[in-house]
Design a protein around this ligand. Structure first.
Ligand code: COA
Length: 331
């Protein structure tokens, strides 16, 4: 029997129109363009400013772009997985709403939360459903409205994050293309260093939590940086050794866009030169669950069938991992 692999067969993206530049941030907090650029590589981010719109808006737009571009019938989608750390609502699944709005009326949907690793973990989930033969079309979306949980008076976080969404369709492949290998990890030691302290079951919302600004993202940047650099680089390198790949066999590195220095350190460890490193952090900042699919959408025109791509991500929890994918189409 022919082995079924799970291939990405289409991608889509959406970022809001509003551009928050380093210059504008200089008017909000004590920072400057030179510091932000040299420490993070970020020049600007997109922000969803319109009131009454949440993460679902970003996700729906990205999914609709994918559907239009690839000409698929949304009623054929079996499943919608939404990677997000900023769901529209607690309790009500945002993915269920997104699936209905895009016309995926025969699908079921749920949210997957692994902070900045949500899309990578989602790739594993989507691929497992396809490989098992259980479903034929799995739509994986990574979307986050990070501006909804950022304190624009905290210079440690507001310079980093942005809003955006990307989507990828997973389908069965019999040519051996798609997901080849993965290595996913987590370590609860991370939860003190990158978190939103209140609003969950551990510390429900009170007037005091609001007054103390405990509903915004808190990050101990230096510590997160150290863990991110070593862990992301290690798992990415593992994809090569475990699959007997040399640097020359790799066409692309798609690493979570949290900090240009972390991405460059990962590239160095894997041994790939800078022209093979997908990079768009300068335009969007860290969009959490959306960074990997935004890279795929931005680089789609340069990707060729059979290209070997190493994915790597690191996020709150801590969560992290890497995947090895053979690209399945020429666009
Ligand atoms: N503008 C100007 N100066 C700033 C600043 C800002 N926005 N933020 C911090 N500084 C200052 C600090 O106060 C400190 O000053 P001091 O030396 O006088 O005390 C100095 O710059 C260095 O601060 P530090 O926090 O050590 O900077 P850093 O080089 O570690 O960079 C981050 C900060 C947040 C960019 C970096 O730590 C990082 O990217 N961390 C990981 C982020 C990440 O990956 N997060 C998500 C994981 S998914």
């Amino acid at each position: 029997m022919t082995k079924i692999t799970a291939a990405i067969t289409a991608v889509g993206k959406y970022v809001p129109d509003y551009i928050l530049t380093n210059k504008e941030l200089e008017t909000l907090v004590d920072t400057n363009d030179e510091w932000i650029t040299s420490r993070t590589g970020i020049k600007e981010r997109r922000i969803l400013k319109e009131e009454g719109l949440g993460t679902s808006y970003l996700a729906i737009k990205a999914a609709q772009e994918l559907i239009q571009k690839s000409n698929i019938d949304p009623t054929e989608i079996d499943m919608v997985i939404l990677g997000t750390a900023t769901p529209d609502l607690f309790v009500a699944s945002t993915a269920a709403y997104v699936a209905s709005e895009i016309g995926a009326v025969n699908a079921f949907g749920y949210d997957l939360q692994a902070a900045c690793s949500s899309f990578l973990y989602g790739m594993s989930t989507a691929a497992a459903y396809i490989e098992s033969g259980r479903y034929k079309k799995v739509l994986l979306i990574g979307a986050d409205k990070m501006s909804s949980i950022i304190d624009y008076k905290d210079r440690a976080t507001c310079i980093i994050f942005g809003d955006g969404a990307g989507a990828a369709l997973f389908e069965p492949n019999t040519e051996g293309l798609g997901l080849q290998d993965e290595f996913l990890r987590s370590d609860g030691v991370g939860r003190d260093f990158l978190r939103i302290e209140a609003g969950g079951s551990l510390m429900p919302t009170t007037q005091k939590t609001l007054d103390d600004k405990k509903h915004f993202v808190y990050q101990e940047g230096k510590t997160v940086f150290k863990y991110a650099v070593s862990n992301m680089a290690e798992v990415a390198a593992k994809m090569l050794t475990r699959n007997n790949l040399e640097e020359r066999d790799i066409q692309w590195l798609a690493a979570h866009q949290a900090n240009k220095r972390i991405i460059e350190a990962t590239a160095k460890r894997v041994g790939v030169s800078s022209e093979k490193v997908m990079m768009n952090i300068q335009n969007y900042g860290n969009t959490t669950s959306a960074t990997l699919p935004l890279l795929l959408a931005d680089y789609e025109n340069q990707l060729k069938k059979g290209d070997n791509i190493i994915f790597a991500a690191f996020g709150g929890g801590f969560t992290w991992g890497a995947a090895y994918v053979k690209w399945a189409y020429n666009s």
